[in-house]
Design a protein around this ligand. Sequence first.
Ligand code: GRG
Length: 295
Amino acid sequence: MLSFNDYKNLVDERLLDFLPDTGNYANVLKESMEYSLGIGGKRLRPVLLLASCDAAGGDADRALPYACAVEYIHTYSLIHDDLPAMDDDDMRRGKPSNHKVYGEAMAILAGDGLLNSAAELITAQALDLREDADALYAHSRAAHEILRRSGASGMIAGQTADVMNEDKEASADLVRFIEEHKTADLITAPVRAGLMLAQADESMIDDFTTYAKNLGIAFQIADDILDYEGNEELMGKTLGKDLEQDKCNYVSVHGMQDAKAELHRLSSEAKDAIRKYDNSDFFIELADMLESRNN
Ligand code: GRG
């Protein structure tokens, strides 16, 4: 196993290499996709994919395209979320949002381009696996996992529930739906996909699914808390928007004190699910780091 930063460096070194050529008349599309990928980001999701693959004895090099594809999907979701029709945010990752630099039309296209590039990149991995039925099956499961959890029954469903329920009376159930789908699905997908690529046994996949789901919900609650109490410079985006836009989130429904207690409970549950594994240190330290994060 490597450190978080070493996995992150592997991703950062290759992230732009897997983008398709856009052709002379569409250079600006590539520039705009590269802009949002290149301005930073914690790379939490691709790191989780590589580390999960490693933890189950898989080949992290072979998993790298899948990891980069997950970051493409995550980045597209941020570009679209920042648009005036959605969250309307001028800042992302400490820099002007994509539409502030390239305009709304290009930001929509850059998001579309990143999503499609992710699907191209993932599906291309199958082309080398013709002779190995087990590896091809592992690939198909991982590909389906990433595309399903980022899709209309996953992240997009969560974003829909979020966007359609601004200014409405929120229930605890609705808030959990948003946390699970908008955020936890794209944290669970890379963990499960990494394990699937490594052909881990099903009980390990189940335990790490519990870890990832709890970590993902905790990650969103931490984000809600930071929206009230965080530092704009460290977070790299405008804060206080949840209150301004009357968003339903854990803090608005349960209050700050309960939110902090729930964050701690979820983080503990995540760690307990995977403690018994040899390489659990990496995942336990990550949960601790995310619980006390300030960016
Ligand atoms: C537009 C379909 C669609 C979905 C958007 C990701 C998202 C869904 C909205 C962004 C706003 C938000 C608060 C999402 C919750 C998940 C989250 C906290 C994303 C930010 O992830 P980080 O902190 O970002 O990992 P970096 O920049 O570090 O990669």
